[in-house]
Design a protein around this ligand. Structure first.
Ligand SMILES: C[C@H](O)[C@H](O)[C@@H](O)C(O)C(=O)O
Ligand SMILES: [Mg+2]
Length: 404
């Protein structure tokens, strides 16, 4: 019945913007690709920080080489869905030379079948996350967008509808004190010191939290994001040093696959301080393993973990365990999911303004109508547009490097 009323997919196309071959600061889904003097590239501690020449800037080691992948999927009635993620030109090859075969000719509602075939057919080269999974995620999101646009329904309604009227956000950036003034419920700061800095690094990190606590008052949430840069010992020391300043959680202290390490940090952390991670985990299986470590919040990125189809499964794992799932900020792709999750009481908004002093669309400039929180919130009515409710900005120069 369904295939009689819903169109079939005519064509999938993949484009990229930015990345290593473009000028610095293209932004888009590769939101780390910003201009000079941006807080997001200001001596943030990373797994590369122990090498002096890569300590000052993440762009120096190539955090922005990939660029934005844009996947567009056109149905045979002319309706087009699309999505963006971080995979750039390399993602284009995977879409146009491999994944296309599972998509063209299918009914626009056959998302689960396509998703399963994309995962199974790429198992021999995908690994457990990263570029290939980002690409699959992008295709999956474009399929959901197309399905919504064909049915004239917002994605969150296709998922079963909102469980709350609005999404409340915490802000990630260098200025939680300003985020508080803007109405956010909390602020998450990057760390600037790692194990190679020894106890001095622990003290400096705690001093930064102490200073922000002073500025924000006793109740505003403050969190720290380690971006995979610590080890268990350093993370444990930082957690205890920050406990007097009521640090709410300590995030992504370790590289993704160090599950035993996460278990140990959770055991060592001061009572009441949450341990969180997940943005660099791909695959459902990694989240199952992660969930078993006992971390308090799993933080998949819907553009990187396998897409919305996988995110729904991850949220179910977390729910069954009594864990929260608070996705890594991925703009509209996160909003439509989290408003339907009972175990996501708040969400992340990533500040992309250079000084984190005002809100700016996270994926600017690639999306038109990308919503930003007002007073730290987005009401569900803002999401009431077909698909993910955004369009591609025609002013962004896109390149289609491969065609099938
Ligand atoms: C600010 C962080 O270092 C990252 O840039 C950000 O992507 C992140 O990890 C986050 O949780 O938002
Ligand atoms: Mg993070």
């Amino acid at each position: 019945m369904e295939s009689k009323v819903l169109p079939k997919i005519k064509e999938i196309r993949a484009y990229f913007m930015g990345g290593a071959t473009a000028e610095k600061g293209s932004g888009g889904a590769d939101y780390h690709d910003q201009q000079e003097k941006h807080w997001i590239d200001d001596k943030i501690c990373t797994p590369m920080s122990k090498y002096k020449e890569y300590e000052q800037s993440r762009q120096s080691f190539g955090i922005n080489v990939l660029g934005t992948l844009v996947v567009e999927i056109e149905a045979d009635n002319g309706v087009t869905g699309f999505a963006v993620s971080t995979a750039g030109e390399m993602g284009c090859f995977i879409v146009e030379k491999h994944l296309n075969r599972f998509i063209e000719g299918r009914c626009v509602s056959e998302i689960k079948l396509i998703h399963d075939q994309m995962l199974r057919s790429s198992m021999y080269y995908a690994g457990s996350g990263g570029l290939v999974m980002n690409t699959i995620s992008c295709v999956d999101l474009a399929l959901w967008d197309l399905f919504g646009k064909c049915t004239q329904l917002p994605v969150y309604k296709l998922l079963g509808g909102a469980v709350r009227d609005e999404i409340q956000f915490y802000a990630t950036g260098s200025r939680p004190d300003l985020a508080k003034e803007m109405g956010f419920i909390g602020g998450k700061m990057p760390t600037h010191f790692g194990p190679h800095d020894g106890d001095h690094g622990v003290r400096e990190t705690a001093a930064m939290v102490a200073d922000m606590r002073e500025k924000c008052g006793p109740d505003f949430w403050l969190m720290l994001d380690g971006w995979m840069s610590m080890d268990v010992n350093f993370a444990t020391k930082v957690a205890h040093a920050c406990a007097p300043y009521n640090l709410k959680w300590i995030e992504e202290c370790l590289p993704p696959q160090q599950y035993d390490g996460y278990r140990e940090i959770k055991r060592n952390a001061p009572a009441g301080m949450m341990v969180t991670t997940g943005e660099h985990h791909g695959t459902l299986e990694s989240f199952q393993t992660l969930s078993e470590t006992g971390v308090d919040i799993m933080q998949p990125d819907v553009g990187w973990c396998g897409g919305l189809t996988t995110l729904l499964e991850i949220a179910a794992i977390a729910k069954a365990k009594g864990q929260l799932v608070v996705p890594h900020g991925s703009s509209v792709y996160s909003h439509h999911a989290v408003i339907t999750f009972t175990n996501t009481p708040f969400s992340e908004f990533l500040m992309t303004s250079p000084n984190a002093d005002h809100t700016r669309a996270q994926f600017a400039p690639i999306l038109l109508d990308e919503p930003v929180p007002v007073n730290g919130r987005i009401h569900k009515s803002v999401l009431d547009k077909p698909g993910f409710g955004v369009e591609l900005n025609p002013e962004c120069k896109l390149t289609r490097p491969y065609q099938h």
